[in-house]
Design a protein around this ligand. Structure first.
Ligand SMILES: [Zn+2]
Length: 263
């Protein structure tokens, strides 16, 4: 069984038919999907979507690449939603740093991230972190502004020492479609060496198409292919990998599984 720990399920084509889209994912044994918001554009949409299906969960927050549209009153809106949380909001995300873009507004990104890390601490929620060309700076910030429930570095691509820095701080590493590409030699080599207890799976659908699906819309059911690519890089049995990553995901987002909600 799988949890897609990072899927923009509130975007087309999924949003047009939530039940049917989830059924496709459930066929490859995806039991739950975590949906991160990116900005004020979809904050409320994600918040309202999660309670509509028993196996959808929301992460609320402001993505660093949407900072141009960000206004202080959006933060008030975020706090208001966290206060009335329907208990389907399981994380603060997608938040972080992105220094890849030209003219990255570094200072503003950091300020917004710190504000949201403080919220995560206050509401005792884990964080879903986006990081591009900023792993070292992000690790430094996470050391200074500790959050009790930790979180995940989503769609990780970086060096072994950068991954280990996050793991030592207590964070999970989100494994996505990057590892399906033969050319991603560095990331594949790093992922092969990380402890299983620190990994979770994700698709980032509808973004981040897998190898062989370039130019197509990515889908949560393709998590199965990310999993297979991971298994090819690892020594452990497929059962052990699946079991450990599934438990990691439930633990990270505090999702309780009883006998009656496994279907
Ligand atoms: Zn994303």
């Amino acid at each position: 069984m799988f949890v897609d720990t990072h899927c923009h399920f509130d975007f087309p084509p999924f949003i047009h038919d939530i039940e049917d889209s989830f059924l496709h994912a459930a066929k490859v044994r995806v039991t739950d999907i975590i949906i991160p918001s990116v900005g004020i554009e979809n904050l409320e949409r994600v918040y309202l979507l999660a309670p509509q299906h028993p196996h959808l969960y929301a992460a609320l927050g402001f993505h660093p690449l949407y900072i141009a549209n960000y206004l202080p009153e959006h933060f008030t809106e975020l706090v208001a939603l966290l206060q009335e949380n329907s208990n389907k909001c399981v994380a603060i995300g997608e938040i972080g740093l992105d220094y890849f873009v030209t003219n990255a507004v570094v200072k503003q990104q950091q300020t917004l991230l710190i504000q949201q890390l403080k919220l995560a601490k206050q509401y005792e929620l884990p964080v879903i972190l986006h990081s591009r060309k900023s792993h070292d700076q992000l690790a430094a910030l996470l050391r200074r502004f500790d959050v009790p429930k930790k979180g995940v570095i989503h769609g990780f691509s970086g060096s072994l020492s950068q991954a280990n820095a996050f793991i030592q701080l207590g964070y999970f590493i989100g494994i996505g479609g990057v590892i399906t590409y033969e050319l991603a030699k560095k990331t594949r080599a790093v992922v092969a060496q990380l402890p299983l207890r620190s990994l979770v799976l994700e698709t980032d659908a509808p973004d981040m198409p897998l190898a062989g699906f370039q130019g197509q819309i990515n889908r949560p059911e393709r998590i199965r292919l990310v999993f297979e690519a991971l298994c090819n890089l690892r020594q452990e049995s497929t059962e052990e990998i699946a079991g450990q990553l599934y438990n990691n995901s439930l633990q990270l987002f505090n999702i309780k599984k009883g006998r009656h909600n496994m279907s």
